[in-house]
Design a protein around this ligand. Sequence first.
Ligand SMILES: CCCCCCC/C=C/C(=O)SCCNC(=O)CCNC(=O)[C@H](O)C(C)(C)COP(=O)(O)OP(=O)(O)OC[C@H]1O[C@@H](n2cnc3c(N)ncnc32)[C@H](O)[C@@H]1OP(=O)(O)O
Ligand SMILES: Cc1cc2nc3c(=O)[nH]c(=O)nc-3n(C[C@H](O)[C@H](O)[C@H](O)COP(=O)(O)OP(=O)(O)OC[C@H]3O[C@@H](n4cnc5c(N)ncnc54)[C@H](O)[C@@H]3O)c2cc1C
Length: 647
Amino acid sequence: MEGVDHLAFERNKAQFDVDEMKIVWAGSREDFELSDRISRLVASDPVFRKDDRAALGRKELFKNTLRKAAHAWKRVIELRLSGEFSALEPEAYKLRAFVDQPAFTDLHWGMFVPAIQGQGTDEQQQKWLPLAYRMQIIGCYAQTELGHGSNVQGLETTATFDPKTDEFVIHSPTLTSSKWWPGGLGKVSTHAVVYARLIIDGQDYGVHGFIVQLRSLDDHLPLPGITIGDIGMKFGNAAYNTMDNGVLTFDHVRIPRNQMLMRVSQVTREGKYVHSNVPRQLVYGTMVYVRQKIVADASVALSRAVCIATRYSAVRRQFGSHNGGLETQVIDYKTQQSRLFPLLASAYAFRFVGEWLLWLYTDVTERLKAKDFSTLPEAHACTAGLKSLTTTATADGIEECRKLCGGHGYLCSSGLPELFAVYVPACTYEGDNIVLLLQVARHLVKTVSQLSTGNKPVGTTAYMARLEQLLQYHSDVKKAEDWLKPNVVLEAFEARAARMCVACAQNLSKFSNPEEGFQELAADLVEAAVAHCQLIVVSNVYALSLLHKHLGDFISTGCIDPKQGSLANEQLRNLYSQVRPNAVALVDAYNYTDHYLGSILGRYDGNVYPKLYEEAWKDPLNDSIVPDGFKEYIQPLLKQQLRNARL
Ligand SMILES: CCCCCCC/C=C/C(=O)SCCNC(=O)CCNC(=O)[C@H](O)C(C)(C)COP(=O)(O)OP(=O)(O)OC[C@H]1O[C@@H](n2cnc3c(N)ncnc32)[C@H](O)[C@@H]1OP(=O)(O)O
Ligand SMILES: Cc1cc2nc3c(=O)[nH]c(=O)nc-3n(C[C@H](O)[C@H](O)[C@H](O)COP(=O)(O)OP(=O)(O)OC[C@H]3O[C@@H](n4cnc5c(N)ncnc54)[C@H](O)[C@@H]3O)c2cc1C
């Protein structure tokens, strides 16, 4: 029935104020009001319709993306969301987010602009940013090559300085040096920040960023020496295929010298390489910025899936009916709760961790401005590690939510297949998750090895200063409720992470060649890095389900004994019972519109079955009662069977 709230009985059970929780989730009343206003604005605009996406072919899908991006830009200007710089402001960012369709604009605003802001000199920023802010040029981030992604130092594209003309010559010397993957490159971008090896007078100075114009601003044709196109269909139907990930090769393309991004290092008119007194890793700054953003976005993707699965689990009933009464809501099954509620908790946990990481990132940015580089390794390790942890958990969590919705979860109209297909590359892009965890492991091993030299660990590794105590630690939990004390949980996580790191460091010391040891022990190092990153999450929020999931680590490192493990499990069950009456209200607090959720199973009103039934008839296959191809392929078969039967 239209207009009836089928989940009202669930909402009435809530034991907290949902409106207050909406503000907690949004960050502040102001943020809540902004999100609420912009999400409704997008939902009510027919151009931003998205329920037809699954049935569109690639070309239609892509054109539809261009139309939405152009319309979004028009709305930004009409609604005065835009002044000179305001396409970067929260309103415009939210508008793009609620349109919910990956597009070239993500890379323009998310990487091209930040690369110039972070690595360009003041002069370069003054020249390029106003053009980019007004979208008079559209840019992408061209780093990855066909043969090289994770290993940035292995990139092959060259930028050779020509002192005669005061230019760089950008060239792709091999097939494997073709730029491959950059979003927005394939069909849209007029410019790119291209990462290439700087060569001066035959000497290789390593990878640097260059602003390169790719297409004519008049007719959009590639400039001379440039070959460019889309790399082809990706996983999922609509999903990330709205994005023109591209391939690009250069044949001796010339750019003026002042288009090398020169905040970190410079090339003078005479061809002299000057490196400012700053760490060379600042060239990687855009990746650090985007990894932090990806962590903030993980809670959004996971909460969408959890919202769909929670509402549907309250609507769906299976078994347990007596005397013709109602069957049991599947959300009341303990197994459903033990799979769903930790994901609900994780979505909230990632929301708060995202806030904390933004604080850390802002802090390091301020310090960098004051030439204090001391917290850069910590910022790199935290952004890399949390990017890895949250995207892996979110991708797995979305898939689990699909399974939690049974068969209907597999329908595109559930919203879950597309959400998964769009989200899962986050485990790979902006740094493969394993490669990033190995970076965290290097940071941890270094921290442990420096303890003996009296170096005091800081930031998220500060707990290592209490190494002696953590190596002696054994949990004193005696009853299930003890696991409710945040300090008890935190200490167990600290001891487990410290012991796993120390074990790795000790095993590494047995190798005469440290690099060989690092390769050999990589799997253990990754596990130690995960334990450390989980500790960061736990120190920001409370997370007993993680302890249950990784019980093996806690018992094998001697932090807790099996009895204490089963007490943790008992306490978890108690917590699930406490969450149960609040579950629907906890996902309502995300304040997502039905448009944004894009899911019949997750509808706010819970009116699932009539809408699923209605939706099925909209499928193009149902345009005709007898399918195309009947006469050619089905009828002859049937006739043949008839003939055979007569024989
Ligand atoms: C919101 C926007 C929308 C998002 C859409 C997303 C679209 C996707 C875009 C992309 O994917 S862009 C391409 C992203 N590519 C990557 O992420 C590549 C991953 N690889 C790397 O980042 C690096 O190559 C590496 C794996 C970190 C290794 O780098 P390198 O070989 O140079 O370093 P090492 O020798 O291992 O380490 C040297 C030293 O530098 C430190 N370090 C490494 N990275 C950073 C960093 N980003 N910041 C600060 N410091 C860094 C590293 O820890 C080592 O330190 P020491 O041990 O020497 O102290
Ligand atoms: C949807 C999407 C969008 C993207 N957008 C952009 C973009 O806009 N701009 C851009 O420049 N790039 C972009 N990329 C590229 C992306 O950044 C790279 O794909 C990513 O960094 C991973 O690198 P790779 O592909 O080289 O993986 P590889 O490094 O080849 O990984 C393959 C396997 O090897 C393993 N491996 C690699 N090195 C090690 C190691 N040292 N130790 C142990 N295991 C290892 C990995 O864990 C993985 O299992 C995009 C990619 C995708 C999928």
